[in-house]
Ligand binder design. Structure first.
Ligand SMILES: [Zn+2]
Length: 490
């Protein structure tokens, strides 16, 4: 789509230019939530953290007489006093929390259009996790009708319209929701973004595997041109994983909500101010104050400073993720980040499942120069799978070959952890030749198992050839039985 132009890719992540009526936004990015009723960090002040687009709630504006008047007369940008792009939410969140809102879909979408929202959101129904499938289906039907109604109001608009993807924790409903949302976008020709909705209850309870599964199911259906917004995800510890799974937009109410309870965000998790003896960050706030000074402050001032830190650290993580995409090192970054929480590890290990591994292999388009092994999750990278597939079917000229584990010896092939058989002529090439891997004695058993499996597959594929294997003890111990065309030599 013309409004979303991808410029760099790595894993399933991408850097892209998202065009809005208020300028181009580079994704992945974070949209801080501005509450138009509360005088806190203003949209203009948001610029200093790296903000390119903010999000505010059009339902609050709609319901608050004086705000509504200004917004209708001068526009939402004048109300927030900013030239940044503004996404507006519809009241769906209030619908989820309070069960009811005093506006219908058409009214709130037309209102967002009238106040000049850059990205408007229909009144979709956020179905909570674990809902019975019949309820989730019914909600989804309503959501899709409302998306259609909203999209028809945005045909030929320069503004974008969000087409949220609901479906609770039912993978097949999430897929259907994504398919139908794409149909709506294509039929109406709107400039769409695709929020994945109702995941906050999952994030709040660290059900990160469920979140990752929902993202993967949705991504298995969405075309590459579809910008994906992980609606309600604002904790920096999840950004790297979510981007690597193909998410482009995040929003943060978290910076303020966490600050309210003296909670301090880091890319590794959340700290309570009372636990901190030192501030492990270099942002202007953390450079100027000690935890003790913050604790002694008046509540409002402290809350504001912690919120600023939370924003600095969130945007720092966004930039770190973008740099990793440009370096084609997003896998390495993700594998590091997941160490900070067991449920992040669980979420990423979904890529062990064949269908998700296949999806990652299909969509990982980054051209990489290096392969840094960081742990067993490195084994799920497409580079490992592709290497094994490619080498297995390699054409062999001759009848007898040597395979060695000693890289200093002459051999036709070498055996490396994680990869298995590597032809000598590829020992200077990406991935297997260039890979930085711990020595076989010190690597996880899984990395040897994968290599041995690839070795056996290779030997069996070439069963008309003979192979002489010179192996270190650690490798001998890892191999149960060799095919008859392989001979172990000392
Ligand atoms: Zn800081």
């Amino acid at each position: 789509m013309e409004h979303f132009e991808i410029t760099h890719r790595d894993a399933m992540g991408r850097i892209a230019r998202l065009e809005t009526p208020h300028g181009v936004v580079e994704t992945p990015t974070l949209m801080p939530v501005i509450n138009p009723n509360i005088d806190f960090i203003s949209a203009e002040e948001m610029k200093k953290f790296g903000t390119e687009v903010v999000i505010t709630n059009s339902y609050i504006v709609y319901r608050t007489g004086r705000l509504r008047e200004i917004a209708l007369q001068k526009g939402i940008h004048a109300l927030l006093d900013t030239d940044l792009a503004v996404m507006t939410d519809s009241g769906s969140y209030q619908l989820m929390v309070y069960g009811d809102v005093e506006v219908n879909n058409k009214e709130i979408v037309e209102f967002q259009k009238a106040i000049g929202s850059d990205i408007a959101v229909p009144l979709d129904i956020p179905t909570p996790p674990d809902s019975a499938i019949t309820f989730a289906e019914e909600d989804l039907r309503t959501t899709l009708e409302r998306e259609k109604e909203a999209a028809e109001l945005f045909t030929s608009e320069k503004s974008l319209i969000a087409l949220p993807i609901q479906g609770s924790t039912h993978p097949e409903l999430r897929r259907r929701a994504a398919e139908k949302a794409v149909e709506v976008a294509e039929e109406t020709g709107v400039r769409a973004v695709f929020p994945v909705g109702a995941i906050v209850p999952l994030l709040d309870t660290y059900r990160l595997t469920d979140v990752a599964r929902i993202i993967l199911e949705v991504k298995s259906v969405l075309p590459a041109w579809a910008p994906v917004h992980l609606f309600g995800a604002g904790h920096p510890m999840f950004f790297a994983v979510a981007v690597a799974l193909g998410c482009d937009l995040f929003d943060s109410a978290a910076y303020a909500l966490y600050a309210k309870d003296d909670r301090y965000l880091t890319p590794y998790g959340t700290k309570k101010l009372e636990e901190l003896q030192y501030l492990p960050c270099n942002c202007p706030v953390c450079s100027e104050y000690t935890p003790e000074e913050l604790r002694k402050m008046e509540r409002g001032e402290r809350r504001r400073l912690i919120a600023e830190h939370n924003l600095y650290v969130s945007f720092e993580e966004i930039r770190t993720v973008k740099q990793a995409i440009k370096e084609n090192a997003l896998f390495e970054l993700v594998e590091n980040r997941i160490r900070s929480h067991p449920h992040l590890i669980g979420a990423w290990r979904l890529l062990k499942e064949e269908k998700y591994a296949g999806l990652m292999e299909l969509l990982d388009a980054g051209i990489k120069q290096t392969f840094f092994y960081t742990g067993i999750e490195s084994l799920y990278r497409p580079a490992v799978v592709r290497h094994a597939e490619r080498i297995k079917r390699i054409e062999l000229e001759g009848d007898e070959f040597t395979i060695s584990t000693n890289l200093l010896e002459n051999a036709d092939f070498y055996l490396r952890p994680a990869f298995g058989v590597v032809p000598a002529e590829l020992m200077e090439s990406y991935p297997a030749g260039h890979a930085e891997i711990p020595p076989a004695e010190f690597i996880e058993d899984e990395a040897l198992k994968v290599a041995v499996k690839n070795l056996i597959d290779f030997l069996e594929f070439h069963r008309d050839k003979k192979f002489r294997l010179k192996l270190d003890d650690i490798w001998k111990q890892s191999i149960e039985k060799l095919p008859s065309n392989a001979l172990l030599i000392e």
